[in-house]
Design a protein around this ligand. Structure first.
Ligand SMILES: Nc1ncnc2c1ncn2[C@@H]1O[C@H](COP(=O)(O)OP(=O)(O)OP(=O)(O)O)[C@@H](O)[C@H]1O
Ligand SMILES: [Mg+2]
Length: 565
């Protein structure tokens, strides 16, 4: 859905257009009440000074009361509906962005701040513009009825204040608007890096440099904010000057008309006060224009995320995923991470049928995790075929695929929550017994039971309060709890000591018995229990067969087992 980033944001708000229209009308009514209040008050004061009978001004007295109450009520309605609509759209955009990020970087996180953005677009950008147009037009029309030349001066003044001054403010801060969103992103990236990498920075004595980088990013943002504040204040100063000059113009024309006898004194008071009040409708326009300019830059960033090419194509009509045991078949699968990049995987054949366990070996960068990414539908192959059951893997919804094909990725993420919550992520409805069962099979239960707070122990950001091996076992328990039909375990024994490795590998081979399993590993113990071993190198299969077959042939696998290798 390409197009101008701002129009695109507005398109996202289309389902709420009725509500946004209500908020614009209520805003215009509130400002209109304010202008009318001053006009009627002017009439009331001028008329009352002539000491008429009370009946002559009673309508105006009631109108003053009505308008002052109406102004509050309309303003409340406007705020309520515009904020409500903005936050609803915000929620939709957040979900859309999150879905995109999830697809683009399944294991990655991105900082994304759009709350401010949406509030600025709807509440401080579009609303004031519409209000100014409606109220300004109405006021000029009303003044035309009193004195046409004065109405013309007022129209000119409002146009200058509502169009020229905001345009000038935007021109003055064009550079700032363009760079502020990026500078804010830079600062938060630098800060996140500083905080999450604090231990490493300190270990290498690099904390001063990192602090300086944050301070520099902060300075850049502050300088930009200062310059755009200067532009905004120049705008509001000019606004005051224009409104003063316009009221003077209206007064001069009005007084001349009174002297010429074409206008009486009471309408003159109404005219002057109306002109003064009319500027209430345009005073927020310079900051609205600046807000829109800022939103435009942020909207472009959102569009960049939403328009990024999809690493996996979702089917228009996804078929239901098969229940129960199922076979996954890869034939001649090729994967490229960049359109013109090298093949990370080149012609892989693989069968994962119920009960069959396959080991995937190979040096770092061989393409092992890439196989996992294809199976989990984080990435579509550029060649070959992948089928789940009888149908192409691409004909299923990728989220649904991951309920059938699951497991534990290399570098699993542990959330800053309790152990129990981290486990339940895999199956929120799991019973305590199921939780304990999965933790037991991953040999994590004794450790959990030894903790004073047991399942309720918080593990800190990224599982900081756990050892590498405990994190690995927690991730494994999570994979076991989800109980997918096809299990993928990407280096489940990384970070463990040799004894724990051997123990966990033995456990793994025990718990995956009878289950379709892909075991990606650098470990050689227990491989004889697998039905097939595939050795990858630079994306290509260099050897495949059972442990015994491979040990009988000269090749990479036997070299791996050679003493001292
Ligand atoms: N997201 C990515 N973008 C670009 N290239 C990638 C990406 N992920 C992996 N690669 C590249 O694809 C190749 C295969 O990577 P892969 O992660 O599959 O290796 P691996 O066999 O799992 O290695 P390791 O044993 O170190 O985990 C590597 O050359 C790697 O640099
Ligand atoms: Mg890997």
């Amino acid at each position: 859905m390409p197009g101008h980033p701002l129009l695109r944001l507005l398109r996202l708000a289309r389902p709420l257009r009725a509500q946004l229209l209500i908020s614009v009308l209520a805003g215009a009514a509130a400002t209109g009440c304010g202008v009318a209040l001053l006009a009627v008050s002017g009439f009331l004061l001028a008329r009352a000074s002539l000491q008429p009978p009370i009946v002559a001004i009673s309508v105006a007295v009631v109108a003053v009361r009505g308008l002052s109450v109406g102004r509050g009520v309309f303003r409340y309605a406007e705020r309520l509906s515009s904020h409500d609509a903005a936050f609803r759209v915000l929620a939709d955009i957040r979900v859309a962005i999150y879905r995109r990020l999830e697809r683009l970087a399944p294991a990655g996180l991105a900082d994304f701040r759009s709350g401010d953005l949406l509030a600025r677009l709807f509440i401080r950008g579009v609303g004031p513009l519409a209000t100014a147009a409606l109220v300004g037009g109405g006021v000029v029309a009303a003044c035309l009825l009193i004195l046409a030349p004065a109405a013309a001066v007022l129209a000119a003044g409002l146009l200058v204040a509502g169009a020229a001054v905001p345009a000038l403010a935007v021109a003055l801060s064009r550079r700032e608007a363009r760079f502020t969103a990026a500078a804010r992103g830079e600062l938060s990236t630098a800060l996140t890096d500083l905080l999450s990498g604090a231990a490493d920075l300190q270990a290498f004595g690099a904390q001063d440099g990192a602090l300086r980088a944050v301070a520099a990013a902060d300075d850049r943002l502050t300088a930009l904010a200062r310059r755009s504040a200067a532009a905004a204040s120049a705008g509001s100063g000019l606004m005051t000057a224009v409104s003063g000059l316009t009221v003077w113009g209206v007064l001069i024309l009005g007084v001349a008309a009174v002297s010429a006898g074409t206008l009486t004194r009471v309408p003159l008071a109404v005219l002057a006060l109306t002109a003064l009040a009319a500027f209430e409708a345009v005073t927020t326009l310079p900051s609205a224009a600046l807000a829109l300019a800022g939103v435009r830059a942020s909207a472009s960033r959102i569009s960049a995320v939403l328009d990024a090419p999809d690493p996996v194509a979702e089917p228009a009509l996804p078929r239901p995923v098969p229940a129960g045991p199922v076979t996954v078949r890869l034939r001649g699968v090729q994967v490229r991470y960049q359109p013109d990049g090298p093949l990370a995987l080149d012609g892989l054949d693989l069968d994962l049928s119920p009960g069959r366990r396959v080991g995937l070996l190979g040096p770092s960068g061989a393409g092992k995790s890439t196989v996992a990414a294809v199976l989990l539908r984080f990435r579509d192959p550029c060649g070959g075929s992948v089928t789940l059951g009888d149908a192409p893997l691409a004909s299923y919804d990728s989220d649904q695929v991951r309920t059938v094909i699951g497991g534990c990725l290399s570098d699993p993420h542990i959330f800053d929550a309790t152990i129990g919550e981290n486990l339940r992520l895999a199956r929120p409805e799991a019973t305590d017994e199921e939780l304990a069962g999965a933790a037991g099979r991953a040999r994590l239960l004794p450790w959990i039971q030894s903790l004073p707070q047991g399942w309720d122990t918080r593990v800190g950001p990224g599982g900081a309060a756990m050892s590498g091996g405990e994190r690995q076992r927690l991730a494994l328990a999570r994979a076991l709890l989800a109980a997918p039909a096809v299990v993928i375990l990407d280096e489940p024994t990384a970070h463990l000591d040799p004894v724990a490795r051997a123990a966990l590998t033995a456990d793994l081979l025990r718990v995956t018995q009878g289950q379709a399993t892909l075991l990606i590993t650098h470990d050689l113990a227990g491989l004889e229990q697998l039905d097939e071993i595939i050795v990858l190198d630079q994306g290509q299969v260099v050897q495949r067969g059972t442990h015994h077959q491979l040990m009988r042939t000269e090749g990479r696998y036997r070299q791996l087992h050679a003493p001292g290798s």
